[in-house]
Design a protein around this ligand. Structure first.
Ligand SMILES: Nc1nc2c(ncn2[C@@H]2O[C@H](COP(=O)(O)OP(=O)(O)O)[C@@H](O)[C@H]2O)c(=O)[nH]1
Ligand SMILES: Nc1ncnc2c1ncn2[C@@H]1O[C@H](COP(=O)(O)OP(=O)(O)O)[C@@H](O)[C@H]1O
Length: 197
C-alpha cells in the first residue's frame, strides 16, 4: 500500500465541500424547503443576499436578506463585493462574495438560493458548483402557491409568473431537478446532494 506523508494526502474530488445553488420559480417553495432544512440541520450555512426589494411583513434585515436601497446596491456592485447579481421582477438581488469564499475555504458546504440568471453566472465563474432546480408538481400548483402566499400584489404575481415560464424552460441547464411535492423529502434530498447527511 502506498504511504502518503501526513498532510499531503490528496483530497478526493468528491469529498471537497461544494457550492450548491438552489433555483426555481417564485412560489415553488425554495424558502420553505431551506427553512425546513435548517430546522433539521442548523449548521448548514446559507448565504444572505442583498436586495433592493422591500421587506415583506415578518422579514428582518440580515435574516432573510440585507435590505438595501439603490444607492447602497450600486456601491456593492462598484466595489466588487458581489459574487453575482441580477435584476428579478423589478428588484436587484446579489450574493455577498467574501462570506461565501470564506466558508468554502473553511471547508464548509455553502448554499445559495438565487434566480436563474444568478445560477448561470455562478456556473461561469465557479464551474465546480452544483446547480439544483426546484420544480413545482404542476403549473397550476405553482400558481396556487404563489397566489396563496398572499405576499404580492396581482401585477407582481403576473411578473413573477412570466419569469417562471422562462425559468421552467431552463430546467435542463441544471445538474439535478427536485420536484417539490413534499418539503421534508426535498429537504432530505438537498442535504444529501450537499453531502451534509
Ligand atoms: N441572482 C440572485 N438572485 C437572488 C438572490 N437572492 C435571491 N434571489 C432570487 O430572487 C428571486 C426573488 O426573490 P424574492 O423576492 O425573495 O421572492 P421569492 O423567491 O418568491 O420568495 C428568487 O428567484 C430568489 O431566488 C441573489 O443574491 N442573487
Ligand atoms: N411542498 C409544498 N406543498 C404545499 N405548499 C408548499 C410546499 N412548499 C411550499 N409551499 C407553500 O408555497 C408558498 C410559496 O413558498 P415559498 O417557500 O415562499 O416559495 P419561494 O421561496 O420559492 O418563492 C408558501 O405559502 C409555502 O407555504
Amino acid at each position: 500500500m502506498a504511504v502518503t506523508p501526513r498532510g499531503t494526502t490528496p483530497v478526493p474530488p468528491d469529498a471537497r465541500p461544494r457550492l450548491t445553488v438552489l433555483s426555481g420559480p417564485s412560489g415553488v417553495g425554495k424558502s420553505t424547503v431551506v427553512a425546513h432544512m435548517r430546522k433539521v440541520h442548523p449548521e448548514v450555512w446559507l448565504s444572505v443576499s442583498a436586495t433592493t426589494r422591500k421587506p415583506r411583513p415578518g422579514e428582518r434585515h440580515g435574516v432573510q436578506y440585507l435590505f438595501v436601497d439603490d444607492e447602497e446596491f450600486d456601491k456593492l456592485v462598484a466595489n466588487g463585493e458581489l459574487l453575482e447579481w441580477a435584476e428579478f421582477a423589478g428588484n436587484r438581488y446579489g450574493t455577498p462574495r467574501q462570506a461565501v469564499l470564506e466558508r468554502l475555504e473553511a471547508g464548509e458546504p455553502v448554499l445559495l438560493e438565487i434566480d436563474l440568471q444568478g445560477a448561470r453566472l455562478v456556473r461561469e465563474s465557479m464551474p465546480e458548483a452544483q446547480l439544483v432546480f426546484l420544480a413545482p408538481p404542476s403549473w397550476d400548483e405553482l400558481v396556487r402557491r404563489l397566489t396563496g402566499r398572499g405576499t404580492e400584489a396581482p401585477d407582481v404575481i403576473e411578473r413573477r409568473l412570466t419569469a417562471a415560464k422562462v425559468e421552467l424552460a431552463a430546467e435542463a441547464e441544471f445538474d439535478t431537478t427536485l420536484v417539490n411535492t413534499s418539503v421534508e423529502d426535498v429537504a432530505r434530498e438537498l442535504l444529501a446532494l450537499m453531502r451534509v447527511v
